[in-house]
Design a protein. Structure first.
Length: 262
């Protein structure tokens, strides 16, 4: 997958798939299963590092995760999140941060926000770094937004999101993530922009979908209402570990075939 495939897919009406990935062992499985894009999301913070939000995630942590995912990925486009505090100061800061992620194998970076980020998007694009935008509920602004809330309700908010999308497209984004946006508005944005929209809690009319892999695979207990569980990986892992513990304690593992006779 390369960035030009994204627009091609939109033009042909082919839906794009994206999942988060944070490490090599998982990235290899998601890539081999044919996922179009792997997002090294700053959800790394909540999902893997035990933080309460994405806010504490550092660029160094994103660099380690991005390097791991990129090394294990053959086909998918690897998109890495710019974490909170690494791009908001302006184009120079955004460029310095994005370079670090591109150097370890990202094919594109993602950043949150609309018109105030257009200048940074332009600078990265001019430097040859593809950028994915992120509108709607933007987790790095959770304090300003007052919690996990659907964004873009009402005509004024809808117009503002359409203006944000237009500004980001004008600045050069190659795709737009829409998070927790009412379905009709996501459809309007999708219709209005030439680049693919990738929805998460934004309905079926987006050009593609993204989910946090641990949510969709059933690794976690709690999940947002827009997530569908496509597997029970957590339960399968728990069962495997219980079986292993039991076999070791009973002395049935390792058996003859799992030992060296000499
Ligand atoms: O960090 C992340 O996982 C994300 C997705 C929710 C889009 O940004």
């Amino acid at each position: 997958m390369r960035v030009h495939h994204l627009v091609g897919a939109k033009q042909r009406g082919e839906k794009l798939t994206m999942l988060t990935a944070y490490d090599a062992v998982t990235a290899r499985i998601l890539d081999e299963a044919g996922t179009d894009m792997l997002l090294v999301g700053d959800s790394l913070g909540n999902v893997m590092l035990g933080y309460d939000s994405t806010m504490p995630v550092t660029l160094d942590e994103m660099v380690v995760a991005t390097r791991s995912v990129a090394r294990a990925t053959q086909r998918a486009l690897v998109v890495a999140d710019l974490p909170f505090g690494t791009y908001e100061a302006g184009p120079q800061q955004a460029l310095a941060s994005a370079v670090q992620l591109m150097r370890v194998g990202a094919n594109a970076v993602k950043l949150e926000g609309g018109r105030p980020r257009a200048e940074a998007v332009r600078a990265l694009t001019d430097a040859g770094i593809p950028v994915v935008g992120h509108l709607g509920f933007t987790p790095q602004s959770v304090n300003k937004l007052g919690g996990f809330r659907v964004q873009g309700r009402g005509e004024d908010a809808a117009e503002a999101m359409l203006a944000d999308a237009a500004a980001l497209v004008q600045a050069g984004v190659v795709a737009l993530v829409l998070e927790m946006v009412p379905e009709p508005l996501a459809a309007r944005v999708t219709e209005a922009v030439p680049v693919p929209t990738i929805g998460i809690g934004a309905g079926p009319q987006c050009d593609g979908q993204v989910l946090v892999w641990t949510d969709m695979a059933g690794m976690t207990q709690w999940q947002p209402r827009f997530v569908r569980r496509f597997g029970q990986v957590g339960a399968a892992l728990r069962q495997a570990v219980e079986d292993y513990n039991q076999a070791v304690r009973a002395g049935s593992f390792p058996g003859a075939a799992e030992s060296f006779a000499d």
